[in-house]
Design a protein around this ligand. Structure first.
Ligand code: GDP
Ligand code: IMO
Ligand code: MG
Length: 423
C-alpha cells in the first residue's frame, strides 16, 4: 500500500481542510506532516463551520485515526484549546488522535522571538502569523529544541529552562519586553499536564505498520508550495518543507511509498502576508474577489491579497511535487465576472517573456501576461455534476488541463462538503 499526499499548490488557504474532510471516508489514517498552528483549515458540513489548526482534518470521521507527525511544530496551549473546541462533537480524541513523540514543541519564548524578529525587519517583515513557527524550526535545525517525548522525562523543566535562558539573551538583544512571559508559562505548563494524558506515540512505526497492513493513509499538507522553505518565494516563506518530499521526512515514509499526489489550487490566487505576487490585483476586481471569496485569514483574520490564476507558478508547483491529480477550488467565486484572466507568462524588465519561476523572477518585479477567457457569469449553487457546468467553466477547466498536463479530477463550487464535483 502507498500513502497519498494532499498539498496546497499556491500560497496556502486553497481549501485543503475541506477536501481532506471530503476524501477522509476513503482512508483509515489522516496525518499532518509539517507546519503548526500557522495553519487554519476550514471544514463545513451539516450547517457547522469549524477551523482546525494542528489537528488533522479527518478528526470528524469517527473511524479514522488522525496523526500529528514528527515534522510538525506543536503549541500545547493551542492544542488544548483546539481539543476543547471539539467537545461538542463528542469525538473520542484519546483514541482517534495520535501525536508523534518526535514532533517539536513551541514554547512561549518562541512566540516572543517571532514577534521580536518580525519587528526588527521593519518594512521587510514576512507577515508571519506570529505563532512561533520560524524560531521553533530554527531550534529544531539548531539541535536545541524540545520534543513531545521530552515532556515525559523527569528533567523536562530543566531542559525547558535552559532553552528559555538562551531565548532571553536574544530577546534582550532585541529589547523585547518579557512582561507577558510569566502568564504564558502558567498556561504552557497547565497545557503540558493535559498533553501528557494524550496518546503519544512513535508515529513512524504506526504509519509504516499501517501501510504494511494495507491500510490507506492520506498525508495532509499545510501552507502551500509557494511558501516552501526551499522552493517558495524566499525569504517570504514559512519554515517547513510544504511539498511531497516533506511528507516523507515529516512522517518517516520512504519516497517509494508515495502514491497519488493531490494538488489543490484555487481558480484564482490569494496570498496573506508579504512577498511577491505577480498577478495581485489592486483594483475593484481584486476587491470583488476578496468579498465574493470571503478571503480573510482563517488563523489571523487578515484580508488576503487576491489576483488571477498564475500558470507559471502552478506549473512549477506541479513539477516539484509530482502532482498526479489536480483539484480546483472556489470556482464559484469567479461567478461574478464576465471575463476571466489567466497569467500565462511573465514579462521581464528587458521585455523577455518566460513561463518559469527562476531565482531571478522570484526576486524582481515582473509583468504578468494574461489570456482572457469568457466568464460563465451565473450561479453554480445547484450544480451537482460536471455535465451541469456552464460551457464557459468547462472551457476554463479544459484549457487549464491542456496547459498543466495533469487531469483536474475535482472542482469545488462552495465551502460545504456536498458542494464538491468529482470528474
Ligand atoms: P486551507 O488552509 O487550505 O484548509 O483553506 P482555508 O480553510 O484557510 O481557506 C479556504 C476557505 O474557502 C475556507 O473558508 C473554506 O470554507 C472556503 N472554501 C473551500 N472551498 C470552497 C469553494 O469551493 N467555494 C467557496 N466559496 N469557498 C470555499
Ligand atoms: P494554511 O495551512 C496561508 C504565511 C504567513 C506568512 C508566511 C510565514 O491554512 O494554508 P509563519 O507564521 O509560517 O512564520 O508565516 O506564511 N502562512 C500562511 N498563509 N495559509 C497558511 O496555512 C499559512 N501559514 C503561514 O501569512 O506570510
Ligand atoms: Mg488556511
Amino acid at each position: 500500500m502507498k500513502m497519498d499526499v494532499l498539498l496546497g499548490l499556491q500560497w496556502g488557504d486553497e481549501g485543503k481542510g475541506k477536501i481532506v474532510d471530503v476524501l477522509a471516508p476513503d482512508y483509515e489514517l489522516v496525518a499532518r506532516f509539517q507546519g503548526g498552528p500557522n495553519a487554519g483549515h476550514t471544514l463545513e458540513f451539516d450547517g457547522i463551520k469549524h477551523v482546525l489548526h494542528q489537528i488533522p482534518s479527518g478528526i470528524f470521521r469517527s473511524q479514522i485515526l488522525n496523526i500529528i507527525g514528527n515534522g510538525v511544530v506543536l503549541d500545547p496551549i493551542v492544542l488544548q484549546k483546539e481539543i476543547g473546541g471539539l467537545a461538542k462533537f463528542s469525538i473520542d480524541y484519546r483514541k482517534n488522535l495520535l501525536i508523534s513523540k518526535k514532533a517539536t514543541i513551541i514554547i512561549p519564548t518562541h512566540k516572543l522571538l517571532d514577534a521580536a524578529l518580525e519587528q526588527s525587519k521593519g518594512e521587510k517583515k514576512i507577515g508571519s502569523t506570529l505563532k512561533g513557527i520560524g524560531p521553533t524550526y530554527q531550534d529544531k535545525i539548531g539541535r536545541l529544541a524540545l520534543r513531545v517525548g521530552d515532556i515525559l522525562s523527569p528533567d523536562f523543566k530543566e531542559k525547558y529552562q535552559a532553552l528559555v535562558e538562551k531565548h532571553k539573551t536574544t530577546l534582550s538583544f532585541y529589547n523585547h519586553p518579557l512582561d507577558q512571559l510569566e502568564e504564558m508559562e502558567v498556561q504552557f505548563f497547565e497545557a503540558i499536564e493535559f498533553f501528557k494524558t494524550l496518546n503519544l506515540i512513535d508515529s513512524e512505526y504506526v504509519v509504516n505498520q499501517a501501510l504494511a497492513a494495507e491500510k490507506k493513509i492520506l498525508a495532509e499538507g499545510a501552507q502551500g508550495s509557494l511558501l516552501d522553505i526551499d522552493f517558495g518565494s524566499y525569504p517570504f516563506v514559512t519554515s517547513s518543507s510544504t511539498m511531497t518530499a516533506g511528507a516523507c521526512t515529516g512522517l518517516g515514509v520512504a519516497p517509494s511509498r508515495i502514491g497519488e499526489v493531490f494538488g489543490i489550487f484555487k481558480a484564482y490566487c490569494t496570498r496573506v502576508g508579504s512577498g511577491p505576487f505577480p498577478t495581485e490585483l489592486f483594483d475593484q476586481t481584486g476587491e470583488e474577489m476578496r468579498k465574493e471569496g470571503n478571503e480573510f485569514g482563517s488563523t489571523t483574520g487578515r484580508p488576503r491579497r487576491c489576483g488571477w490564476l498564475d500558470l507559471p507558478a502552478l506549473k512549477y508547483s506541479i513539477m516539484i511535487n509530482g502532482v498526479t491529480q489536480l483539484f480546483m477550488m472556489k470556482a464559484d467565486v469567479l461567478n461574478i465576472f464576465e471575463e476571466i484572466e489567466v497569467c500565462t507568462h511573465y514579462e521581464l524588465p528587458n521585455g523577455e517573456q518566460i513561463d518559469q519561476l527562476t531565482f531571478e523572477v522570484s526576486n524582481m518585479d515582473v509583468k504578468p501576461i494574461y489570456k482572457k477567457m469568457k466568464g460563465w457569469n451565473c450561479s453554480l449553487e445547484d450544480v451537482r455534476s460536471y455535465d451541469e457546468f456552464p460551457e464557459e467553466l468547462k472551457a476554463y477547466v479544459s484549457y487549464l488541463e491542456s496547459e498543466l498536463n495533469v487531469p483536474i479530477k475535482l472542482v469545488s463550487v462552495g465551502p460545504d462538503r456536498v458542494q464538491t464535483i468529482l470528474r
